[in-house]
Design a protein around this ligand. Structure first.
Ligand code: ADP
Length: 309
């Protein structure tokens, strides 16, 4: 095998109560990438469709992640990368993570899988460091493992794959405003009041338990964020209305996707997820803000091969 064409999923990081540790992969939203072995050593990004992003290897997260892998692999050849970008950068659904994760996943396949998925997460995190200044794993981990993932520890890196209930759907609305990931991080406080931390870790435990037992009520009760959302939501227009209307339409819970501005809701079943999408759309129609909207099952497979040569 010399060439792979893959689908790389968009991802929702944090999932309300799991800032920097929890994430999930989407099924119907993602990028396509083609990675091929070439005789020339090193990494070359030869084509980017859909978005205006740098082709220089060191400036593109896919290139940086690929180089991180290459320094640990013993190869006398190189790789070319093509990216068909469908996830808008800065949307809050893991645009940079998809490129980083896709590049290293396909390279590992073409090399005969010398690395573990956790190794690939480490390489992809170098791409995240370029995109946001912080090597976080809460988008790259679900893109690579699929389903829900929990970063139990960053040092040493310990990632757990969490069970995904069968009927869980996500609705994501992306208001067309720009929030820089670095700004969304800079406004956060460095310390957390103990009373908020107690509520937050109660919810994170509750959510993990609800996912394993497929207890949708418990999942809904646990989808609350007492630490990050109160601060970040002020950057997102009509956030409280979108959240309220999503819940009125039957969503289990609703919060900020990654660092925003996308807002996600989780629902039991596709029908409810579609009603939630309509309710969210109405809010932005009323205030006159353009948006993209996605309804997707949670993707338990992660990256998928579309073609190989
Ligand atoms: P999201 O908010 O969707 O997670 P990020 O903020 O993580 O997106 O990443 C967007 C930033 O990463 C932008 O500054 C963009 O220019 C940069 N970047 C570099 N290479 C890529 C790439 N291949 N795909 C997406 N973003 C990239």
């Amino acid at each position: 095998m010399n060439e792979l064409k893959i689908f790389v999923p968009a991802t929702i990081a944090n999932v309300s109560c799991g800032f920097d540790v929890l994430g999930l992969a989407l099924d119907t939203v993602g990028d396509e990438m083609t990675i091929r072995k070439v005789s020339e050593k090193g990494i070359k990004i030869t084509k980017i469709l859909g978005q205006d992003l740098p082709l220089e290897t060191h400036k593109n997260v896919a290139g940086v992640a690929a180089l991180a892998l290459l320094t640990k692999a013993n190869c006398d050849f190189g790789f070319e990368i093509e990216i068909n970008k469908c996830i808008k950068p800065g949307s809050g659904i893991g645009s940079s993570a998809a490129s980083s994760a896709g590049a290293v996943w396909a390279m590992n396949e073409l090399l005969g899988k010398p690395f573990t998925i956790t190794d690939l997460v480490k390489f992809a995190m170098e791409g995240e460091r370029l995109a946001s200044g912080v090597a976080h794993a809460d988008n790259v981990a679900p893109a690579l493992f699929g389903g829900f993932t929990l970063v139990r520890s960053y040092e040493p890196l310990d990632i757990l794959s969490i069970h995904t209930p069968k009927e869980l759907y996500a609705t994501v609305i992306h208001p067309q405003i720009e929030i820089k990931t670095s700004d969304a991080r800079n406004i956060l406080k460095a310390t957390v009041p103990l009373k908020d931390a107690i509520k937050q870790w109660g919810n994170l435990g509750g959510l993990i338990s609800g996912l394993y037992t497929e207890d949708y009520d418990l999942i809904g009760r646990s989808l609350e964020d007492y630490i990050i959302e109160p601060i970040r939501s002020i950057l997102i227009p009509a956030f409280e209305s979108v959240k309220q209307e999503a819940k009125n339409a039957g969503a289990l819970g609703c919060g900020i996707s990654g660092s925003g501005p996308s807002i996600f809701a989780l629902s039991k079943g596709k029908k409810t997820a579609l009603s939630v999408a309509n309710a969210m759309k109405l809010v932005y129609n009323k205030v006159g803000i353009d948006y993209d909207i996605h309804v997707s099952k949670v993707n338990t497979k992660g990256i998928k091969i579309l073609d190989s040569k």
